[in-house]
Design a protein around this ligand. Structure first.
Ligand code: ZN
Length: 196
């Protein structure tokens, strides 16, 4: 009789343990009261993160799946806002000066580079000749074979002549070095006479 009773108690304990596992707390209505046995139960096994990971490490991973629409939008952009796909350009034209291609309403890259290099040569020449003198002095650049332009004496006041030891490139016209902000002219001529 006694072994059978222990058996029943053991079964009920098993049921209670299962219910506890399901709900996370002992069932309030069906709490089982029984005499606690003095047998020392085995201590619960403690799992630490170190046992699971070991010598490795954990990476941050996404918790939720992104929808296909969001993934595509991130990858290809949106036509209304930022469109990331490659599109053929239809505004490419040929430069009339050098024949390279460039975008319409933009400077030709090749011509710009050539003028930039030529201007750098002039700058180096100016530095070589004027040194550390104030840069307010205007300079007149003369290439090989060019004559000093006939100007009144007032024109030459505070000006220096820089001579380049080469011929003027055909595409490097004189008006590229003219000041954009000039004093208003008193002459009544419509066209400037000294332009190339
Ligand atoms: Zn060009």
């Amino acid at each position: 009789m006694i072994p059978r009773l222990t058996h029943v108690i053991h079964m009920l304990k098993q049921v209670e343990r299962n219910v506890f596992h399901m709900f996370g707390h002992p069932p309030r209505e069906l709490a089982l009261a029984y005499v606690h046995e003095n047998q020392p139960s085995a201590p619960p096994k403690k799992h630490s993160l170190k046992d699971i990971v070991g010598d490795g490490f954990l990476l941050a991973v996404p918790k939720f799946r992104r929808t296909l629409e969001k993934r595509w939008k991130r990858k290809f952009g949106s036509p209304q806002y930022v469109w990331k796909m490659l599109e053929p350009k239809t505004n490419i034209i040929v430069c009339h000066t050098c024949g390279h291609h460039h975008e319409r309403k933009c400077l030709c890259e090749n011509c710009y580079k050539r003028v930039e290099e030529e201007t750098k040569l002039i700058k180096d020449k100016i530095i070589e000749k004027l040194g550390n003198q104030p840069i307010e002095q205007d300079v007149v650049v003369l290439y090989e074979g060019e004559n000093v332009p006939e100007q009144p004496d007032e024109f030459w006041k505070g000006k220096r002549i820089i001579e380049m030891k080469k011929e003027r490139p055909q595409w490097f016209s004189k008006n590229l070095l003219q000041k954009t902000t000039q004093a208003p002219s008193k002459s009544t001529d419509v066209k400037p006479t000294d332009l190339a």
